[in-house]
Each structure stands twice: as structure tokens, then as C-alpha cells.
Write a protein that binds this ligand. Structure first.
Ligand code: UDP
Length: 496
């Protein structure tokens, strides 16, 4: 066997949050199916979470290894068992969590020296992996968990500072230097873009590490955002491979039951959910889910309930469980208006906890998705041709919203004006009337809604073609693997 026949070995190092671990797991499966040896590096409790998926994949002939490194919970001042961002509830714990992430440097470096993989795909939140990998001559690839567009917009905002030329937080400005005239307000920008805070420095480190890295893998497909895929490479000068939508590959092979447990154990029996959907007309149900992050305030949840009821449309609404004490669900749910469930009857299904989202979205009864604009959720909706109501909350979600409403034109904004920090107090309520208005605009028919539906269905077909053999993402994935093999076999002699 020549060196070129040796199996390529890739380390995947996901950030510990559902919205990052889910696409990493999809990526791991794809590498493995392409003959690459894959090791996921994570912490003990996250390893347990992933091991169910890994065991099931093994039965299907997909080999993925997990390697655990200890998480310094105690040393960083975190409560026992707190190894995932989704279990963080206060800003103080969040800061300790990032402290703990930095303490992973030493064990990770040791692991690299012992195993010397041929490549590392590490989450953007581990910028230090670029230098560690570089010292050992190992290419480090960055994974953001988002898209080209949402990297291009903040890059242009940092370069041109258009938000400094407006007179108020809510005055609209156009982001210069982009392929489209993207409109935003200052109030929709993350705090760290407007003031210098800890996160500003962290984002600078992330950017520096990205520029120095071997390149970036994007969970996106070229046809979805061609102008931004080009801008990212040619104007921003990054090397990038588009390999998505990762959730779409091998759906058949993985099977329904596995999809229903994607990321977490669903809080509803998958068959109960599908039977409920079977009883509904095609395109008639709204799916409402805000990702894996913190829930809204009671006041906001009441507005959502009343807005949904007033719209008159059938809905599935996913609400995080209200846990008053460890493990027990509160008997009184103050966010549920009195008599709400009786009044909506069979028109509404509330899932308290974790929904089997991709299974729900695939059902023909789903006609719209109210989303916080997390990138995985947006892509999952595009993959099944479901138009959106955009309700961004935090992180890069406002940029994602602009892609949906201003570039792709496959969704209606609910009208959120204010960016929030991950755990910060969300002071600005979206009122029931605004919710009803957006739902009516998307679900009550009419030309605008029909056009959005038509466009998202076209994108669905493009997404399928992208991952088919010789499609744009399939080709980029193959060329990435071939290039990594060349790099391994030729080392420094390999010229980019
Ligand atoms: N998800 C799910 N059930 C839920 C909530 C979320 O399956 O009840 C999945 C969803 O399908 C997506 C991921 O969790 O794959 C959430 O990622 P996204 O980027 O949309 O948002 P985040 O949680 O990172 O803010």
C-alpha cells in the first residue's frame, strides 16, 4: 500500500451547543462515508450525547470514533454536569464556560501530538487550534455553523462602519460593498459591533485565526448564495469549501427514527406527531420553533399564544420546558393563557421541550415556519421548500434574516428591531397583532406568498442537486478530501 492509499484521518472538534454539534455530526458522517477516518473530539457528557448517534451509525456501517477530553467544570466555576452551552442560564456562567473552553488547550494539544491527524476541522470558537495545528504541520479548517452571507455582512460593516452615519438606532442604512443593497438598522447589530467588549476581542481572535487557517468549510450550497460565495473568496480572500446542506445527505439511509432523535431525544412520540400532521390539509400548518437556545419571557410567550390563536391557522409550537426544580415540569404554566388549549383544540399542538424538527418540516402539511433564523433551521426549511416567518433574536440571526427576506425573498419578517445577547433580558416584545399580521401574510394565500413558496421550492430542488453526485457541494467535498490527501503526502512541498 502506497502512502496515497493510507486512510485520511480527520479530527472534528465541535463547539458544545446543539446547533453546532448537529451539523458537525452530519459532517462526520459524510467524511466517514467518503472513506475518511473520523474522530470527534469532545467532553465526557457531550460524548454520551453523541454516542447514541455514533452507535446507530455503526449499525449502518458508518464508523465514527469519539475521543473524550475532560472538561474543567470545577476549575472554571461551573456547576457539575455543565458541559454544554444549552445548559447555561446566566451571563456569569457563560463567562465561566468560555474560561473552561480555553482550558481545553492543553489536553487538545496533547491529543494532537499523540495522534497527529491529517486535518482538524475545529469550530470557530476554538481559534487557538490554528496555531497548535500549524506547529505540527496539520491543516486546520474552520467551521462557523453559518453561511457565506452572514460572514460577508459583518465584514463590510466593520470595513465601512455605515452604522456610524445614522442619527438613531432605528434609522435604516445600506451595508456598502456587497452584491445587494442590504438594509439594516443599528439596533439590529450585535453589541460587540458597536462597543468594545469581551466579545469584540474574542471575535477578533476568531477572525485572525480564520485568516491564518487552511480554510473554511461552509454548511451551505453555491446556488443558494452564489454572489456571496464569490465575495467571501474574492473580496474577503478566504479559502472555502461549500459542502452543505449537511442535513440533506443520506436522509434515507439514516432513517426516520434517527432523524426524530436528531440532536436530542424528542419530547413527543414521533408517530403521535406525524399522525396529528396527517389529519391536516397540505401546506396548512405553521411550525413555530426558536432553536435550542433560551426560551422567551412569559409575556412574550403569551403574545405568541394569542397571536397564533388570532391567526386562526393550525400550528405546532415548540416551547422549552419550564423547569422549576431539577427535572420537574411546573404544573402551572403562566405563559399559557387561560383556556388556550381548549379553545384551539385540535388546531394546535404544543411540544414542551425538544421537537423532531426535520421530521415535522418534511411533512406535506407544513406550510410555514416561524424561526429565530438559526442557520440549521433555515437550511432545513429550504431543503423541504417551506417559506419562513423570520424572528431573529441574537448571534448572527439578523444577518440570516436579511438573506431570507431581502436576497432570497422566501420569508416575511415579523418585524424584530432589537438584537439581544444570548442570555440578556429581552425587553422589546413582539406583539400579538404583529404575529398575526405576519402569519396572515404568509399563510392566507395571495400573490406574494405564492411567489415566496415558488422560490423556496426551486431552492429545495437546487439543494438536492448540490449534494447529488457531481453537484456543487458533492464536488467541493471531493476536492477538499483530495487536496487534504495531497497535503498529507507532499507536506510543505504541496503548493496551494
Ligand atoms: N432542533 C430540533 N428540535 C428542537 C429545536 C431544535 O431538532 O426542538 C434542531 C434543529 O433542527 C436544528 C438545531 O436544533 O438542527 C438548531 O440549530 P439552529 O442553527 O437552527 O439554532 P440554534 O439552536 O443553534 O440557535
Amino acid at each position: 500500500m502506497g502512502p496515497e492509499d493510507r486512510q485520511l484521518h480527520v479530527f472534528l472538534f465541535p463547539f458544545m451547543a446543539h446547533g453546532h454539534m448537529i451539523p458537525f455530526m452530519d459532517m462526520a458522517r459524510q467524511f466517514a462515508l467518503r472513506g475518511v477516518k473520523v474522530t470527534i473530539v469532545t467532553t465526557p457528557l457531550n460524548a454520551i450525547l453523541l454516542s447514541k448517534t455514533v452507535d446507530r451509525d455503526r449499525e449502518l456501517g458508518i464508523e465514527i470514533d469519539i475521543h473524550s477530553i475532560p472538561f474543567p467544570t470545577k476549575e472554571a466555576g461551573l456547576p457539575e454536569g455543565c458541559e454544554n452551552v444549552n445548559s447555561i442560564t446566566t451571563p456569569e456562567l457563560s463567562s465561566n464556560f468560555f474560561k473552561a473552553l480555553n482550558m481545553l488547550q492543553q489536553p487538545f494539544q496533547k491529543l494532537l501530538e499523540e495522534h497527529h491527524p491529517d486535518c482538524i476541522v475545529a469550530d470557530m470558537f476554538f481559534p487557538w487550534t490554528t496555531d497548535f495545528a500549524g506547529k505540527l504541520g496539520i491543516p486546520r479548517l474552520v467551521f462557523h455553523g453559518s453561511c457565506f452571507f452572514s460572514s460577508c455582512v459583518p465584514d463590510s460593516i466593520s470595513r465601512y462602519a455605515p452604522h456610524n452615519n445614522v442619527s438613531s438606532e432605528t434609522e435604516t442604512f445600506v451595508v456598502p460593498g456587497l452584491p445587494d443593497p442590504i438594509e439594516m438598522t443599528k439596533s439590529q447589530l450585535p453589541d460587540h459591533m458597536k462597543i468594545q467588549n469581551d466579545f469584540t476581542r474574542a471575535m477578533e481572535q476568531i477572525k485572525e485565526a480564520e485568516v491564518k487557517s487552511y480554510g473554511v468549510v461552509m454548511n451551505s450550497f453555491y446556488e443558494l448564495e452564489p454572489a456571496y460565495a464569490e465575495h467571501y473568496r474574492k473580496v474577503m480572500g478566504r479559502r472555502a469549501w461549500h459542502i452543505g446542506p449537511l442535513s440533506l445527505y443520506n436522509r434515507e439511509k439514516i432513517g426516520k427514527a434517527a432523524q426524530s432523535r436528531r440532536g436530542n431525544t424528542a419530547s413527543i412520540d414521533e408517530n403521535e406527531c406525524l399522525t396529528w400532521l396527517d389529519s391536516k390539509e397540505p401546506d396548512s400548518v405553521l411550525y413555530v420553533c426558536f432553536g435550542s437556545g433560551p426560551s422567551f419571557s412569559t409575556d412574550q410567550l403569551v403574545e405568541i399564544a394569542m397571536g397564533l390563536e388570532a391567526s386562526g391557522h393550525a400550528f405546532i409550537w415548540v416551547v422549552r420546558k419550564d423547569e422549576t426544580s431539577a427535572g420537574s415540569v411546573a404544573e402551572v404554566e403562566p405563559w399559557l393563557p387561560q383556556g388556550f388549549e381548549d379553545r384551539v383544540g385540535s388546531k394546535g399542538l404544543i411540544i414542551r421541550g425538544w421537537a423532531p424538527q426535520v421530521l415535522i418540516l418534511q411533512h406535506h402539511a407544513i406550510g410555514g415556519f416561524v424561526t429565530h433564523c438559526g442557520w440549521n433551521s433555515l437550511l432545513e426549511s429550504v431543503c423541504v421548500g417551506v417559506p419562513l416567518i423570520t424572528w431573529p433574536v441574537t448571534a448572527e440571526q439578523f444577518y440570516n434574516e436579511k438573506l431570507v427576506t431581502q436576497v432570497l425573498r422566501i420569508g416575511v419578517p415579523v418585524g424584530v428591531q432589537h438584537w439581544n445577547s444570548w442570555l440578556g433580558k429581552r425587553e422589546h416584545l413582539v406583539k400579538r397583532e404583529e404575529i398575526k399580521k405576519a402569519v396572515t401574510r404568509l399563510m392566507d394565500g395571495g400573490d406574494e406568498a405564492a411567489q415566496m413558496k415558488g422560490r423556496v421550492k426551486e431552492l429545495k430542488e437546487m439543494a438536492k442537486r448540490a449534494i447529488d453526485q457531481n453537484g456543487s457541494s458533492d464536488t467541493d467535498f471531493t476536492s477538499l478530501i483530495n487536496e487534504l490527501k495531497l497535503h498529507r503526502d507532499m507536506g510543505d512541498k504541496f503548493d496551494l
